[in-house]
Write a protein that binds this ligand. Structure first.
Ligand SMILES: [Zn+2]
Ligand SMILES: [Zn+2]
Length: 184
């Protein structure tokens, strides 16, 4: 399906604000605490297993589950912090304003599954260890794209390529270095 206007694709820079300050740091700190909790439960489990009383040893049967839950929480919080850092990077002036990721060389050729993303272009081989499609683009804006109605948007290499393919009558022009500097 071809689109007709750049406005359909663009995330307005004025509405793109970075995540609240310190949320990424807090998520990482809570992740460290969850990891420490997992270690503390592991120690508790060893101590319970050292009991002479068989009933007391049996009472520790939930510890493995508790350790697993704490480790899972640590991992989820670490991934949350990483995503917040990527969103903050995407709100830096001069960055492509499209609110989803693309392959920097091939454009709209990505597939995400199970927290991994890869480019479907046979000769590419690029992969990302996170949902690169679901997060805003962090590539530098290098092109001005103008659609048939005169609407313009600044985009990175991959998104400009994609817009040129998909938007009826779209034209792309390199963003001048001076303009890029002004934006940054
Ligand atoms: Zn690619
Ligand atoms: Zn982009």
């Amino acid at each position: 399906m071809r689109h007709h206007a750049i406005q359909d694709q663009r995330d307005s820079r004025s509405t793109r604000t970075p995540p609240p300050p310190a949320t990424s740091r807090r998520a990482r700190e809570l992740g460290t605490r969850a990891e420490a909790l997992a270690s503390a439960i592991t120690t508790l489990h060893h101590d319970i297993q050292a009991a002479h009383d068989q009933s007391a040893r049996r009472a520790g049967f939930r510890c493995d589950d508790a350790i697993g839950c704490a480790r899972e929480a640590a991992g989820e919080l670490c991934d949350t912090a990483d995503d917040l850092d990527r969103i903050a990077a995407a709100s830096v002036p001069g960055t492509c304003p499209i609110p989803w990721g693309a392959c920097p060389e091939h454009g709209n050729t990505l597939t995400s599954s199970g927290g991994l993303t890869w480019c479907r272009d046979a000769g590419c081989g690029r992969t990302w260890s996170y949902d690169h499609i679901g997060l805003p683009c962090t590539e530098p804006a290098r092109w001005t794209v103008t659609d048939q109605h005169g609407g313009t948007g600044m985009m990175c290499d991959g998104h400009a390529l994609d817009a040129a393919k998909r938007l009826d009558g779209a034209r792309t022009a390199p963003l001048l270095a001076a303009r890029r500097k002004e934006l940054a």
